[in-house]
Design a protein around this ligand. Structure first.
Ligand code: PLP
Length: 371
């Protein structure tokens, strides 16, 4: 059925709905082409590239309205590298993890495997819901995930009551599309290929004064820290508007373009409203179809950036996604390891509401044709 042709009017103007790499705005790519000759292929220790790092650091300070003392820290490697770096530079002895999907589980495994750390506390919830962490004596870092990309659950970000440790948040798919209270978090980290509509390979972390103090404390301790994973080195370089090793200059530039675009459009409040409107459309559509339903049962936990829609046994989601793909509508497949009959649609800030509306009409058309 993959050779089913979807009529032109049911094809979104832009067919990229993946969770990362995700849609990069053509305006940003064109701008990159515009400046490329003087920027790509030039030294990351000179003003041109350092200016891009500064643009990101200042732009994010504005975008997230960072309180005094919070810093934007970045380096090569992405959120996955940041987990390893955090196990060396943020966890003093013992972490506690809310595990609600594949990504949150990965960070808990990093800490479980680190020979210099005590066994982490793991609080799990069935996929599609979210666990709540409570303060535990001796825990010095609480790991939350703002949006669990593998399930489409967005968890509230709250410091566990009475907790003395840091709150570290994997915000890789959430950052830039979901509102939150910055005072509740100490390390809010992400990669730029999701809401920031750039490419992968970079991590960005918003660090609170308490997190910065922890980084300094552990860097000065006896602990051996691999140089590439040393957050003190990342902090030091970020303050000089550079990265420890060579970054992807186009990634920096595209991220800077997206930050400027979002700041000019109305900042995080605007982006969060925009994403909510698109997610509201998708969830309402799913609830109105007999053969579809939102995977996340509790509406309060449904993500406004990563929307997961279960299809019932009458419809093969894999076949639907394959048909969409053959028609240029890409990356609507469920997270593979979740193993559900599901569509997953990212509605990051760069994705247009009109395209999401066209997408649901296209799915209706395909389901009708398949049944
Ligand atoms: C995409 C994603 C990651 C992995 O990001 P990389 O840049 O590939 O390291 C981690 N956590 C979450 C929640 C994600 O969505």
């Amino acid at each position: 059925m993959a050779d089913l042709e979807i009529p032109t009017e049911l094809r979104p103007a832009d067919g990229r709905f993946g969770c990362g790499p995700s849609k990069v705005r053509s305006e940003a790519v064109n701008q990159l082409a515009e400046v490329a000759d003087g920027l790509l292929g030039t030294s990351h220790r000179k003003a041109g590239v350092k200016g891009q790092v500064r643009r990101i650091r200042e732009g994010l300070t504005t975008f997230f309205a960072l309180p005094d003392g919070y810093e934007v820290v970045l380096g090569a490697g992405g959120a996955t590298l940041f987990w390893d770096a955090a196990a060396f530079g943020l966890v003093r002895e013992r972490s506690a993890h809310a595990v609600l999907g594949e990504f949150s589980q990965k960070f808990s495994k990093v800490c479980a495997g680190a020979p210099h750390l005590a066994d982490p506390i793991i609080v799990e919830a069935p996929y599609g819901s979210a666990p709540e962490l409570e303060a535990v004596d001796g825990v010095d870092l609480y790991a939350l995930t703002h949006c669990e990309t593998s399930t489409g659950v967005a968890m509230p970000l709250r410091r566990p009551e009475g907790a003395e440790g840091l709150v570290a948040v994997d915000a890789t798919s959430a950052a830039g599309g979901l509102a939150f209270d910055i005072e509740e978090v100490d390390a809010y980290y992400f990669s730029p290929q999701k809401c920031f509509a750039s490419e992968g390979g970079l991590f960005v972390a918003l660090l609170s004064p308490a997190a910065l103090a922890r980084v300094e404390e552990l860097a000065a301790s006896e602990r051996w820290i691999p140089p590439m994973l040393d957050l003190a080195t990342a902090v030091d370089n970020s303050r000089k508007d550079q990265t420890y090793n060579t970054p992807s200059v186009s990634t920096l530039f595209l991220m800077g373009e997206q930050i400027d675009w979002m700041n000019e459009s109305g900042g995080l409040a605007w982006a969060a409203r925009q994403c909510k409107a698109k997610a509201d459309h998708l969830y309402a559509w799913a609830e109105s179809r007999e053969w579809a339903s939102p995977f996340v049962g509790d509406p309060a936990l449904r993500s406004n950036v990563v929307c997961t829609i279960d299809l019932d046994e009458r419809v093969d989601a894999g076949e639907v996604s394959a048909t969409l793909r053959a028609n240029g509508i890409l990356d609507t497949e469920a997270y593979r390891k979740l193993g559900r009959n599901q569509l997953r649609v990212a509605v990051f800030p760069a994705v247009d509401l009109a395209d999401v509306e066209t997408l649901t009409a296209a799915v209706d058309y395909v389901v009708d044709a398949l049944s």
